[in-house]
Every structure is written in C-alpha cells, then in structure tokens.
Design a protein around this ligand. Structure first.
Ligand code: DGJ
Length: 743
C-alpha cells in the first residue's frame, strides 16, 4: 500500500496530497470558486479540514458579505494570490494587459489527478515514473482577461516533497505581458519561525544565516542572471525550538539557474505569505494569444526531524528524481585539475609531467583548465575563439589526449562557452553578439562580455564550437564555467517589446545548450562551475551530476561552505579538491590529510602541481585514493548527518554519512583549533541502528585499529571520545561497521 496519495473530496471540495509524513491541502470556496490554501505540514488524517481556511469567521466570504470584499481578500489564505483586487499582500501574478491594466483574479475551473509527472518544456524539473509519483493539476481562470492558470503539484512515493509549478495560457485575442509570476506561494500562520537562507560571495558561497521574520517583507534574491554567489534560491522556515534532528522545518528550493526571489511577508494578522519564483526585476514577458508561459519548479518539503530531516529528503530527491547523468550512481574518476597548478602557464610537456606523476599516485583523470585556446595566456583575451593554441599544445589537442590516455588517465577539458572577450576574433567579427544596450559601453567583468544566447546563430556557434572540440579527441569530462554575471540587459536580436525576456531566455538557452551536449555525448561527465559556485543550483544538477562548489579550496573555509551546501545538496554533487598550501585564496596552511578528509565529503580530486609538492604530501595521495575507493559508495549514497558545526562552536566540525541499511557509517571530525588543557570531546553519533553493534575503527582497513565494539544506542546517546590532536586543523576519519554485516 503506497504512502503517496492525492484525493479530492467532492463534498468539502478539498484536495489532499499525502506523502509518507506530510499533507498538503487545497480548498475551493463554494460559490466564489477561490482556490484557498488549507494546510501544509506534518501528516493529518482529515480531508475535510476546510475550517482551516477560516471562511466561517468575519469578514466572511464575499457572497455573504460583499461590502467587506477587500477585508476578505486581504486575509484569506490564497493558493495563488491574485493582484489588484483587494489583497494587498504580495501577488503571485502581475501583468500588463492590452489596455495597460494590471488586475488578475483567478477562480477554480477544473482539475486532473495524474499518475506520474509531466515534464516542464525547456526547463529542468524533478521526474519519476507512474508508480513513483502523482500529479494534481488545477486549472484556474480569469474570465475578464481570458487567462488560464494551471497549478501543478507532484508528490513522490519515497520522499516528503511537493514539487510545485505554474503555467499561464493566454486564451484571449490580445497579448499580455507578465511582470511577475511566482512558482509557489503559501499562506500560513507565523508560529515561531525564523528564516534560514544561504548567502555569500566569491570564495565564500552558501554560508548559513538565520534571522527573525519581522513584519513586512523579507527577501533574498538574484538579479545577476544566474543563481549567484551572493544569495541562494533556497529558504527555510525553521521553528525557533528546532534543532539539527528535531522540530519543524519548511524548505523551499527553486529549480532554476537565473534571477530569483525568495520572500516571506509577515502580515498585520501575523500570517506569513511565502513566495518563490523568477525575480520580477527586469522581467516582462510577452505571452501572445494561444501561447503558454511555463514557470520553473519549486520544491517544498516539510520535516519534523529538524534541518537534518530536510537535508536527507532533498538529498534523496535530487539523487533519485533530478540528476540524470549516467555518473549519478557511479564513482567519478579521481581527477587532477591544472588550474591552481599552472594557471595559464602550461604546455603539453607540463601537462604530461603532471599526468605521469598523477598516474603513479592512483589519480584517474587529467583536466586541462582555462588557457588552452586562442591566445589565452591571461584572462584578458580569446573567449569565444575555441581553437587550440598550438604554441602551448604542439601538434594540437588529439596528440595530447592520446598521450594522456596512453599514460593511463582519462582526459577532461574546460570551457566558458557563454562568454566573449573584447579581444577575440569572435568579438571583432560579431560585436553585436554580446549582450549590450545600444549606445552604452557595456560593463566589463574579468574583461569579458556575455554572449546573447537568445540569438539562434549565437547559440549554434557556441554549441558547434564546443562539440567540434569534443569530437576532435577522446574527451570524457567537461568543466563548464561562467565567470561573470549579466549586466547591460539589451539584446540586438529581441524586439522592443521583448527586452524584458532576455534574462529568462538566456537561462533557457543555457539549458538548451547543455541538453544538446548531454544528448550528443551521453557518456560525458559534465561538471558545472561559475567562478566557483555561483551557479550551484538544482537547475544545473539536471544537466550535470556535480558542480564545482567554490574557488576557495582551503580546508577550513570549505567546512563552512560545504556545511551550507550539504544542507540541501547530496555530497555526490559537491565538487571538492585537495589543493596546495599555503592556500591560494586565504594563505592558510593545513595538513594534507585534513585537505583530503574534507574533499572526501565531495566528488574528490586534486588541484595542485603534483610534480612540485613535497614528497611527504605526495606520499599521502595513494592513501587518500584508497580512502576514496573504500568510502565513496557510502559517501555518495548514504544519509548525511551533521553532528557539530565549526561555524557555530568555533573549534571543531563533525559530520557522518550512514548507509541506508545502517550497517556502515563514516564520521569525519575536524579539530580546527586545538584547545589546551582539555579532555576529549564526546561526539554523539546520529542515524545508527540503536540495536546494532558497531566495530569502531580508523583508516582504510576496517580490521585495522578496531578499538572497540559498541551498540548504536551507546554511540548515539553517550558518544565516542575524540581526543585532542596536536596542532590546529587536524582531522580524523572514524569508520563504523555493524558486527556480522560482513563489512
Ligand atoms: C573559475 C573556476 O572556478 C576556476 O576553477 C577556474 O576554472 C577559473 N575560472 C578559470 O578561469
């Protein structure tokens, strides 16, 4: 018997969507046809709970009390709030109709309950088969405008998630211009929720921040053309009393890689209106008669097991229902990337030297980063000229790749396909291909411009440039980078009425490019990247199973960045490498072993000149490679538990990954600061089976260093001691294997 169900009660006119542990209820108000939000949260049994909409209280519904229609609208919990007809809270939709008016009022028209989940045309979205998910579609209509809105809700058999999206169809004879369309809007009571968001900057992505929800509107967003380093398309309402493994958490995550807004509005009645969608700034999208505009998907999840419950749900959702790559369930080749090793200063010999040493240490793939094309000897030139620089790579790319393959490594390559350097043949030939406002000198960033991908010929040029290189040699991995954000939003291709579509069309074009790429090269391992992690979002995960997390590779900085990232993304998606010290971003020196242990909580790889590092460090690489091979299945597929946070305690960090059958666990402990004159810390583990007995050991071989055997409840309730290690930035890996599990 499935836990997932969608029902419609004809009598009460309530839709009820149930997952194993959550319920989502929507109600239709009699006579009026308004679509109300009834409930979202921990599972409830009644499908007749329309009292939750409070229509039996003053000011009553307009059919009973039309003089106070505005009072009703301004308080009623709307499922998809209209605009300019009495509800002064934020609208889910705004537009300019043919007469220049902005008024929308949606009432229920029809619904369908479907097995499975339809895809969203041109957009990334979660997916699942007919036995894995169900979908409710509710059509609403504004008869005055001739506008049909379809609200879509999908639920899943295996995760407590509601995936919500909306499309708008123009059924009239005239165009209208959408100026705001939220993919999800929820009205709920403010109890004791705080707002948790992820914010940052270059080299400081996804730091967790929690704040009180004051009256009025509080939002985070991006208007930079990508999801951005600065804010993240995620927010959570976290009960004040919630902790890592207990208490109420509502998570909202946007499957989109462009401009977004995530907003909470606390109203005069102490209710909250929570919204997520494309940022309305610079958004003005023409919908012609008969056309449909599809908004991206928002993931809603409720956990009564604190932040940890939300993390594990999102990890499972993305691993099972979003990432499509054939690498999703596989160990990725351990790569060595030459960026921090050489920057732009390399040639075939240098790369082959790196490859030979890497091979000896057990590394499996060489990735050639920026600088292999045009005259790209620094970051001022040649983006767009995707022709091999034969001064650096004598004889071209194929001989290099063949030699790397002969050494025994796979080969990967870097591109930044969306960009053009002013100093490039491409720009000299097609200056009009860059995004710019005519008459203005466009703003340079890293001395480059962004290509206008809304133009078909530009998109074709970009795609063919990349594909040609990939066809020219045995290239098995691509790092797709984007090193600047959008400004000067003007397209010489789009008409006057369509300039407000540029940012969204740009994102759709990136999706189209990557979709074509993975279709034409189905075995390619694609890693997205944007000046580090500025486009680390669920949208990109639909195309690539991993994303470069941050340009900050310092192991200690990474603790905070990876904590924020792992809050909502599976470890299998987090690009993490061991780099050289002093660290190139912060100048800190940390033990090689700690850099390795932190990178093991991601895709794992190296970003250093292996021909130059100390023999002592180099000698550790084969050990780390062995750790990766021993533990990566567990790290990739297991359940993630956050045990302690250096961000909060300022001394140490600790997390664990527990296998789904609870027979294995890997605990990573990082002592950032040594505390003098201090006894061992008792670390209470999480997620184990209280009744299983676990062997506790360190290192690659579980039979080595078995200190003791304890029940799961002892390890979770009493804990295991972590003795102070000598010096700062030290770390330990502890492996637990259930007795008799054969591990
Ligand atoms: C930014 C990336 O995050 C780096 O890893 C590197 O690829 C540079 N771009 C190259 O320009």
């Amino acid at each position: 018997m499935s836990d997932m169900n969608i029902s419609y009660d004809e009598k009460t006119r309530i839709f009820k969507l149930d997952t194993a542990r959550t319920s989502y209820l929507i109600g239709i108000v009699d006579d009026e046809g308004f679509i109300g939000h009834v409930y979202y949260g921990k599972i409830i049994s009644d499908s007749s709970a329309s009292y939750l909409m409070r229509t039996g209280e003053a000011p009553f519904v307009p059919s009973q009390n039309s003089r106070d229609r505005s009072s009703f609208f301004d308080a009623f919990p709307m499922e998809f709030p209209s605009c300019n007809t009495g509800d002064y809270r934020e609208s889910a939709i705004e537009l300019l109709d043919a007469r220049g008016h902005n008024g929308v009022e949606i009432v229920y028209q029809a619904h369908r309950i479907l097995k499975g989940k339809p895809g969203l045309s041109g957009l990334p979205a979660t997916f699942g088969g007919e036995t894995e998910c169900m979908t409710l579609e509710i059509d609403g209509m504004d008869k005055v405008l001739g506008l049909k809105v379809t609200l879509r809700y999908s639920i899943f058999e295996d995760v407590d998630v509601v995936a919500r999206s909306v499309s708008v169809k123009n059924m009239s004879e005239e165009s209208f211009f959408l100026t705001r369309l939220m993919s999800a809007s929820i009205d709920m009571d403010q109890e004791d929720y705080r707002l948790l968001t992820l914010h940052g900057s270059w080299a400081r992505e996804r730091h967790m921040e929690s704040r009180e929800i004051g009256c009025g509107k509080t939002s985070v967003g991006s208007t930079r053309g990508e999801s951005s380093h600065q804010e993240h398309p995620f927010m959570a309402l976290v009960s004040e009393t919630a902790a890592q493994e207990r208490g109420s958490v509502y998570g909202f995550h946007f499957i989109y890689s462009g401009n977004f807004i995530a907003q909470v509005e606390r109203t005069q009645f102490d209710s909250l209106r929570v919204q997520m969608g494309i940022h309305p700034k610079n958004f003005c999208y023409q919908v012609k008669p008969g056309e449909v505009f599809q908004a991206p998907e928002v993931i809603l999840t409720y956990s009564d097991e604190g932040l940890g419950g939300m993390s594990r749900t999102l990890h499972d959702l993305y691993r099972n229902h979003l990432i499509r790559s054939p690498y999703k369930d596989k160990k990725r080749p351990i790569l060595i990337n030459n960026w921090e090793a050489t920057y732009f200063n390399f040639n075939t010999e240098k790369l082959l030297d790196i490859a030979r040493e890497a091979r000896k240490a057990g590394i499996e793939m060489l990735v050639m980063d920026d600088g292999w094309f045009g005259r790209r000897n620094d970051d001022n030139t040649s983006l767009g000229d995707w022709k091999v620089n034969e001064e650096k790579l004598k004889g071209g790319l194929k001989p290099l790749v063949d030699q790397v393959n002969r050494i025994g490594l796979k080969f990967g390559i870097w591109f930044e396909p969306e960009m053009v350097s002013p100093d490039s043949d491409l720009y000299r030939t097609h200056p009009d291909w860059a995004i710019a406002i005519p008459g203005r000198t466009p703003c340079r960033s890293r001395n480059q411009f962004v290509l206008d991908l809304t133009r078909r010929e530009v998109l074709e040029y970009v795609y063919n440039s990349v594909a040609e290189v990939l066809h020219s040699a045995n290239i098995e991995y691509v790092k797709w980078d984007m090193n600047r954000q959008l400004t000067d939003l003007g397209s010489l291709y789009l008409g006057r009425e369509n300039q407000g579509e540029l940012s969204h069309r740009y994102v759709l074009a990136v999706y189209e490019l990557q979709e074509r790429l993975i279709k034409e090269f189905p075995d390619l391992l694609l890693e997205n990247c944007s000046g580090g992690g500025a486009r680390f979002d669920p949208g990109m995960l639909y195309y690539s199973p991993q994303i470069w997390c941050s340009d900050d590779t310092d192991a200690i900085e990474r603790l905070v960045i990876q904590e924020g990232t792992a809050l909502i993304y599976p470890l299998s998606a987090i690009g993490a490498h061991v780099s050289d010290c002093p660290n190139h971003t912060v100048g800190r020196s940390t033990p090689f072993s700690t850099r390795g242990n932190v990178a093991l909580a991601g895709t794992f790889g190296y970003e250093l000149d292996i021909t130059k590092i100390s023999e002592e460090d180099k000698a550790q690489i084969p050990e780390q490679v062995a750790l990766y091979h021993r533990y990566n299945d567990l790290v990739r597929e297991g359940d993630y538990y956050r045990i302690a946070s250096y961000r909060q305690n300022h001394f140490y960090d600790c997390w664990a990954v527990v296998s789904k059958d609870k027979k294995e666990a890997l605990v990573t402990f990082v002592q950032v600061l040594r505390r003098p004159n201090h006894h061992s810390r008792m670390i209470k583990l999480k997620g184990l089976n209280p009744e299983m007995r676990y062997k506790v050991c360190e290192g690659t071989n579980p039979d080595e260093g078995v200190g003791c055997v304890y029940y799961g409840d002892t390890l979770m309730n009493a804990g295991i001691p972590m003795e102070e290690m000598w010096g700062d930035c030290q770390s330990r890996l502890i492996f637990l294997a259930a007795e008799g599990s054969g591990v």
